[in-house]
Design a protein around this ligand. Structure first.
Ligand SMILES: [Zn+2]
Ligand SMILES: [Zn+2]
Length: 304
């Protein structure tokens, strides 16, 4: 391993261990890491992401780029919805999908619905005059018996009557982990699209759905799969192996890695992200991995 890479990995691990070693709840530990993250983002990372996005759009101005997987403090993230949306706008992202957890005994449907309402209000009362707000989509990340599955819904799910549907259909999942097939069918019935999050990543509880399982059982039921995740430190061709739509995202919990891996689609061909996922024309794009070895271990430490 090159000396620079080694030093970055050591620094990242040290940051996680340093914060982790404190006898504090996770939320308080995040507060320890925040000042370091903000210094690095403000002085270094954001400018790199911004420039790269401008370069990509110069080649094709119809491309729409955004992050499809991140968390605010309505679940296990450390920042507000407002901060996440403002940073997405300042990076030049066209859309942002905030995916709060729906996890048995930890995060119920209310965490997700409150986040969706906060996103809607932030968008409606946007007060950063020199920035365009990113397009937003109602979404959540459900802990199924087989691993995490992201649901993204059309914009009408911001309306109260559809939010009541989310409550009606998802409230049970606070009490048990349903099979992924059951959840995927429900998402489709609600006119949403589903994405397999961080496949093959193993933890002591169901986390990344196994690729073999997905190939055998899910190719007709789910819509997309994360080919690239800066938050989990991998880049693969899972979409080619499964025939699903390709997604790139950060799974950012600390408002650091947002925009480092993104999903793109062509606005001249697809009217919105949901349509692009359904027609499997999305593409995972790496914007930068310069600091991922520094912050990936820290990000993972704080995630459910
Ligand atoms: Zn997850
Ligand atoms: Zn996540």
């Amino acid at each position: 391993m090159r000396r620079r890479t080694f030093l970055k990995k050591i620094t990242g691990c040290s940051l996680a261990v340093m914060a982790g070693g404190l006898a504090l709840p996770n939320r308080a530990k995040c507060e320890v890491v925040k000042p370091f993250a903000e210094i690095i983002c403000n002085n270094y990372l954001d400018e790199i992401i911004r420039k790269r996005i401008i370069e990509i759009k110069k080649q094709n101005p119809f491309l729409s780029l955004g992050d499809l997987h991140c968390h605010s403090y309505f679940s296990d993230g450390s920042y507000s919805v407002n901060s996440l949306m403002r940073r997405a706008a300042s990076l030049g992202l066209d859309f942002l999908v905030i995916t709060e957890h729906l996890t048995p005994q930890r995060y119920n449907y209310e965490c997700c619905v409150e986040s969706i309402i906060a996103q809607r209000n932030t968008y409606a009362n946007w007060n950063y005059k020199d920035l365009n707000p990113p397009a937003i989509y109602p979404a959540l990340e459900i802990s199924t018996r087989d691993g995490h599955l992201i649901a993204v819904f059309p914009e009408e799910y911001f309306e109260p009557k559809h939010l009541r549907e989310i409550k009606q259909y998802f409230k049970h999942f606070y009490y048990y982990e349903a099979p992924v097939e059951t959840v995927a069918k429900l998402i489709r019935k609600m006119n949403g699209v589903s994405i397999i999050a961080h496949p093959n990543i193993v933890r002591s509880h169901p986390f990344g759905i196994s690729l073999d399982y997905a190939k055998k059982n899910l190719t007709e039921l789910v819509d997309a799969i994360e080919d690239m995740s800066t938050g989990h430190g991998y880049q693969r061709d899972y979409s080619k192996e499964t025939g699903l739509a390709s997604i790139g995202s950060s799974d950012d919990h600390l408002n650091i890695l947002m925009g480092t891996s993104v999903t793109q689609f062509d606005r001249s061909e697809e009217k919105n992200l949901i349509q692009a996922i359904r027609s499997k024309t999305t593409k995972a794009v790496q914007i930068t991995d310069l600091l991922s070895s520094l912050f990936t271990p820290t990000n993972l430490f704080f995630s459910v």
